[in-house]
Design a protein around this ligand. Structure first.
Ligand code: ZN
Length: 338
């Protein structure tokens, strides 16, 4: 089997890898229908996150179960399934508290840009759809696996509710789906920070009421002007840099909520500054598994169309071009078909 391997900065290869097989009785092996490149894959791709030698890539997936281990009870061969990028047993104290991305048995999936994938803890990790979904819904179903699940967590952790004023920092696919999520949760004024026309357009389609192109201090000033000097109730930080984090915290109202789902790289919090903002702060790898059943329902009933973030589709063997297109911001998000 050929799969995607990162060798070093901007060196993606599609090459022979061992065929995944059942290793533990709780495993499933699935045939991938669709996978994609994540914004977080760009950190190691750009050399901004060190790797210890060749690294198989990919953590967003949906597909059909081929085989299950002897202890798997609910997942069955032939089912169409979606799972999170973090595996979970769904029974430990962290899972039961709703934080499956911190499951005591968690493993991060990292081999999904391939035709076949082994999924540990299959019963807890995978969610099956009722029957085989139609082809046109599959990109949106794939999106629930991480990019929508993460955008949804960003909105939820930022306490978006009916009538909220929301700011979304970051116009990558997660930020755009943070806009969609905020809209679903009843956000009234949803301000997307973006300077990219195509992304602005999609943000509006997903429910953004305003677009702000300024960044940093100028961005914060614009938000304060737009909110009569108060700041936003909810701010979703979907980038992961110091600049975006500072901008997010300063855009929130006193006592407001800031979530951060961009993996922080070199981000520091100043205790005293944070103290006087009075903000609630929550970030982390999204507990996507908590939201999967609901998000899958919303997609199957066609209430949301998160698959619109995929603006480039390539055969899996052209995965290196998918990375390049996202790295150069020619594509918002690249869909890969094995
Ligand atoms: Zn658990």
């Amino acid at each position: 089997m050929k799969g995607t391997v990162l060798y070093g900065p901007r060196d993606i290869r599609f090459e022979d890898r061992e065929m995944p097989r059942i290793e533990q009785p709780t495993d499933a092996v699935i045939r991938i229908t669709l996978t994609c490149v994540c914004g977080s894959d760009l950190w190691p791709y750009r050399g901004l996150q060190p790797i210890k030698g060749p690294q198989p890539m990919g953590h967003e997936y949906c597909g059909v179960v081929e085989e299950v281990g002897s202890a798997v009870k609910t997942v069955k061969p032939g089912q169409f399934v979606i799972g999170s990028f973090a595996t979970s047993d769904n029974t430990c104290p962290n899972c039961l508290y709703g934080y499956q991305s911190a499951c005591v048995q968690r493993e991060f999936v990292s081999r999904a840009q391939a035709p076949i994938l082994r999924v540990p803890l299959a019963d807890g990790t995978l969610v099956a759809t009722p029957g085989m979904p139609s082809e046109d819904l599959m990109p949106s179903l794939l999106a629930t696996s991480d990019v929508l699940g993460t955008g949804w967590f960003a909105a939820d952790a930022a306490n978006v509710k009916r009538g909220s004023t929301v700011v979304v920092v970051g116009d990558g696919a997660v930020g755009l789906l943070g806009v969609l999520s905020a809209k679903q949760m009843g956000g009234e004024r949803i301000i997307a920070m973006s300077r990219h026309p195509k992304r602005q357009e999609l943000a509006r389609e997903f429910g953004a009421t305003d677009i702000v192109a300024e960044r940093g201090e100028a961005g914060v000033e614009r938000i304060l002007e737009m909110t009569r000097g108060v700041g936003a109730d909810s701010v979703l930080e979907c980038v992961g840099t110091q600049e975006s984090m500072t901008q997010a915290i300063q855009s929130a109202r006193k006592g407001g909520h800031v979530s951060y789902v961009g993996v922080p790289h070199g981000v520091a919090f100043k205790g005293e500054e944070l103290f006087f903002t009075l903000v609630h702060l929550q970030g982390g790898p999204a507990p996507v598994r908590r939201y999967l059943p609901k998000l899958i329902d919303l997609v199957l009933s066609q209430k949301i169309h998160p698959g619109k973030v995929f603006d480039l589709t390539l055969p899996l063997q052209e995965v290196a071009e998918a990375y390049r297109a996202m790295d150069e911001r020619r594509a918002i998000k690249a869909l890969l078909r094995p």
